[in-house]
Design a protein around this ligand. Structure first.
Ligand SMILES: NC(=O)c1ccc[n+]([C@@H]2O[C@H](COP(=O)([O-])OP(=O)(O)OC[C@H]3O[C@@H](n4cnc5c(N)ncnc54)[C@H](OP(=O)(O)O)[C@@H]3O)[C@@H](O)[C@H]2O)c1
Length: 183
């Protein structure tokens, strides 16, 4: 069975976005996102990133599609010709996962937002780990991270996840990894 992970940066009031953008500017955190979602054990393979329409178009035009990853957008209103040729479009998460199931060249699948996609992902038995950057400050937000099911518990992350409190532009944050516990 295909398993996937989710990655998010969330602030103290559970916000993840405002006006289609991120509420904060954290360069190192963006580098962490990039490194984590690109990383593969097999250098011949790559990863997939799955996101909602607003998340895709929230990425600055010069930085999308996210490089070196298979970009998959979920939307019921977009047409394929409204996206670059390399970007795949699916009408729901199930269809996207079904497509990825048979893709040998894709090592890891990452769910990268937004709200509804995260909620659907966490409810799926295929959701393995949550990579959560906890930002220790409140921000004005209009988009929020859904409640995390109790079945996810914090685990010790792999060695390339920076430990302890990080700080940038006076904003403190910490990288956490949660894993679904078998019932
Ligand atoms: N902090 C973080 O880590 C983080 C991560 C990601 C995004 N964000 C922020 O969050 C905001 C965007 O998130 P959002 O929740 O507003 O929107 P979103 O989930 O990115 O996009 C919503 C749209 O995506 C499509 N969609 C979503 N779920 C779908 C599903 N299961 N099946 C089919 N289509 C689906 C629908 O498009 P149609 O209406 O076309 O059907 C829906 O209107 C931005 O501010 C962004 O910067 C933050």
């Amino acid at each position: 069975m295909l398993r996937f992970n989710l990655i998010v940066a969330v602030c103290e009031n559970f916000g993840i976005g405002i006006k289609g953008d991120l509420p904060w500017r954290l360069k190192s955190e963006l580098k962490y996102f990039s490194h984590t979602t690109k990383k593969t054990n097999d250098p011949a393979k790559h990863n997939a990133v799955v996101m909602g329409r607003k998340t895709y178009f929230g990425v600055p035009e010069s930085k999308r599609p996210l490089p070196d990853r298979l970009n998959i957008v979920l939307s019921t209103t977009l047409k394929p010709e409204e996206l670059p040729e390399s970007v795949l479009l699916f009408p729901n998460l199930e269809e996207a996962l079904k497509f990825l199931e048979g893709k040998e060249e894709v090592e890891n699948t990452w769910i990268v937002g937004g709200s509804g996609v995260y909620a659907e992902a966490m409810a799926s038995p295929k959701c393995h780990r949550l990579y959560i950057t906890k930002i220790q400050q409140e921000f004005e937000c209009d988009t929020f991270f859904p409640a995390i099911p109790d079945s996810f518990q914090e685990v010790t992350p792999e060695s390339d996840v920076p430990l302890g409190v990080q700080e940038e532009n006076g904003i403190k944050y910490e990288y956490k990894v949660l894993e679904k516990q078998s019932q």
